[in-house]
Design a protein around this ligand. Structure first.
Ligand SMILES: Cc1ncc(C[n+]2csc(CCOP(=O)(O)OP(=O)(O)O)c2C)c(N)n1
Ligand SMILES: [Mg+2]
Length: 338
């Protein structure tokens, strides 16, 4: 059974010499992670102004997970995730304007303003949601992989879920079937240490979540989710396994969300110091920034130019989301089953 542990530590202590990472890769990671962070900060602001209604779960702090894994995905690979999905959509290449306008419930949104934060979808970019029921996307992800195996098209599916979801029965039924049928699916546990206000330690006796795959014959590993290079390296191993017909693989990616569970979370279950310590010592964007600067790959001015470009994209998305019209009344009767 494959098993590997990353050592973690402060950004400066982490190995900078991981294979297969070029200057362009580092610049790309920096850009993508920053785009997600600034987008989410803007979404938080629009929510505060009353322009976004309903639920809104921000991804700030977890950016390296999806950016690292998207860097090993190939065209046609699929992804499916929970309600904490804005970052996954941006990393999959969905238009920030369409994502932001969906948050504000406008006609220009990816689901025509009828889905909101948790319910977006893009067949073109192989993004299959956005799911509000905890864990529901896990068997659906195996179903996507089943279809690809049936077609023999060499595609893999990334099925993302949280540490809280990892205690659900349907996850283990899925593990069994996925290994039995050797489905090309990568189960990605985004272990951000909390399920709403419940810490993993309070909810879970055996906290090595990836290790549970052993009961089904599925290999896996724990990954430092605050290090995009570690995520990419683990992603390469997982994809090589799944794409070569060896079946599923589990990545338990240790990460952290800086904001509350959703916009309405007072976050009384953890201390300010705990959050601040992660921000100060483990921030994934800061890590890549350091690698770029200390490696001589970019100057402070280069990075400032990227910051400006990202801010302009996000600001344009917010303008688009405010100016896009409300959905027409006739839309009540489209995209429905009966
Ligand atoms: C079946 C089900 N039970 C409960 C909820 C309420 N709920 C929404 S999010 C959540 C916590 C899930 O935590 P985790 O899987 O760790 O994901 P995270 O929010 O940390 O990304 C709960 C209990 C739900 N949406 N669906
Ligand atoms: Mg969680």
């Amino acid at each position: 059974m494959a098993a590997r542990k990353d050592t973690g530590g402060k950004p400066a202590d982490r190995p900078a010499d991981r294979p297969n990472v070029s200057k362009d890769d580092l610049l790309h990671f920096y850009h993508e992670m920053l785009l997600i962070r600034r987008f989410e900060e803007k979404a938080g602001q629009l929510y505060g102004m009353g322009l976004i209604g309903g639920f809104c779960h921000l991804y700030i702090g977890q950016e390296a997970v999806v950016v690292g894994l998207e860097s090993v995905a190939e065209e046609g690979d699929k992804r499916i995730t929970s309600y904490r999905d804005h970052g996954h959509m941006l990393a999959a290449g969905l238009d920030p304007n369409g994502v932001m306008a969906e948050l504000t419930g406008r006609a220009g949104g990816l689901s025509k303003g009828k889905g909101g934060s948790m319910h977006m979808f893009s067949k073109e970019r192989h993004f299959y949601g956005g799911h509000g029921i905890v864990g529901a996307q896990v068997p659906l992800g195996a179903g996507l992989a089943f279809a690809d195996k049936y077609k023999g098209n060499g595609r893999v599916t990334f099925a993302y879920f949280g540490d809280g979801a990892a205690n659900q029965g349907q996850v283990y039924e899925t593990y069994n079937m996925a290994e039995l049928w050797q489905l090309p699916v990568i189960f990605v546990i985004e272990n951000n240490q909390y399920a709403m206000g419940t810490s993993v330690k309070r909810s879970t006796k055996s906290t090595t979540l990836w290790g549970r795959g052993a009961a089904y014959g599925i290999p896996g590993e724990e990954v430092d989710g605050m290090d995009v290079l570690a995520v990419r390296a683990a992603g390469q191993r997982a994809v090589a396994h799944a794409r070569s017909g060896k079946g599923p693989y589990i990545l338990e990616i240790m990460t952290y969300r800086y904001r509350g569970h959703s916009m309405s979370d007072p976050a009384k279950y953890r201390s300010r110091e705990e959050v601040q310590k992660m921000r100060d010592e483990r921030d994934a964007i800061e890590h890549v920034r350091e690698l770029l600067l200390t490696g001589g790959h970019a100057t402070d001015d280069d990075l400032k130019a990227i910051d400006r470009e990202v801010k302009a994209v996000v600001s344009a998305a917010a303008d688009f989301a405010r100016e896009s019209p409300e959905p027409a009344e006739a839309e009540l009767w489209t995209d429905i089953y009966a």
